[in-house]
Design a protein around this ligand. Structure first.
Ligand code: BEZ
Length: 254
């Protein structure tokens, strides 16, 4: 859930428009294969909906997220959650695993993320995660950029969507052993129309415009993408591409 200053998380809006994010995170939990008693760091824990699953499996979990509002909700669930930028995590050799679902694409300095994860892990610890890979939401990004450029605006991408080779190289550069890594399209059914998704996730684009222009901008993008992302029954989906990986800090590392 970490993100630049132009993105603000509203837990109620997130619950309405984005609950699918944690619902679809169970395969990453399975890849993590958490064991009772393990100490796990959930990097970008958001409102803790998935963190709590790890706790229910008997793990001792710490969640971190850059959003004060989302961490407050995670704490209300009884979780040990802290406001922290995922690009500067401050833990030393104390976790059996670092887990991250749908958060790493908000952290545009992956070298710092990976270095912090490495430091946080015990020797032999696992780094397991899933986030947006190369081509993620490309159709939506193209429409956003087009609608902005017709208003004379350009916004640098707020997201980091690497290729498989790029992310594997980043992990290996920090001496992680990459056990599995895959990239795959996962068209994702949205709970409402694309407007809800844009309100929740595309603020770096919408907030570049004066407040009075934002509704019109969102309607224009929704109208442009209807023929592409909405089926004849009115169901919207987003063109997600997932990058899923499991890597290990070698036993011999310090
Ligand atoms: C994602 O989960 O892939 C994602 C969510 C919001 C914005 C961009 C990507």
């Amino acid at each position: 859930m970490s993100s630049p200053d132009t993105q603000h998380w509203n837990p109620a809006q997130y619950g309405k428009n984005a609950r699918f994010v944690s619902d679809l995170g169970m395969p990453v939990v399975e890849l993590l294969s958490p064991q009772p008693g393990e100490r796990i760091l959930d990097l970008g824990c958001g409102d803790g909906a998935l963190t709590i699953k790890l706790v229910e499996l008997g793990c001792n979990v710490v969640g971190v997220d850059s959003s004060i509002e989302m961490v407050a909700v995670a704490k209300l669930r009884g979780l040990d959650a802290h406001v922290m930028d995922g690009q500067s995590v401050r833990f030393n050799h104390e976790f059996d695993a670092v887990f991250s679902n749908a958060a790493l694409h908000w952290m545009k300095n992956p070298e710092r993320v990976i270095a912090g994860v490495w430091r946080a892990l015990k020797p032999g610890g696992r780094f397991v995660g899933e986030f947006g890979g190369n081509g993620n939401v490309a159709t939506i990004v193209t429409a956003l950029e087009l609608a902005l450029s017709s208003r004379g605006k350009v916004v640098a991408t707020p997201w980091f969507f690497p290729s498989l080779g790029q992310y594997k190289a980043l992990l290996e550069a920090r001496c992680f052993e990459v056990e599995t890594i895959e990239i795959f399209p996962r068209p994702t059914l949205l709970p409402g129309d694309l407007g809800g998704w844009l309100d929740t996730f595309a603020q770096p684009y919408t907030n570049s415009l004066p407040v009075a222009e934002r509704l019109g901008f969102i309607s224009e993008v929704v109208d442009a993408l209807g023929p592409v992302l909405c089926d004849t029954d009115g169901n919207w989906s987003a063109d997600y591409v997932r990058l899923r990986f499991a890597a290990t800090k070698p036993n011999t590392a310090t």
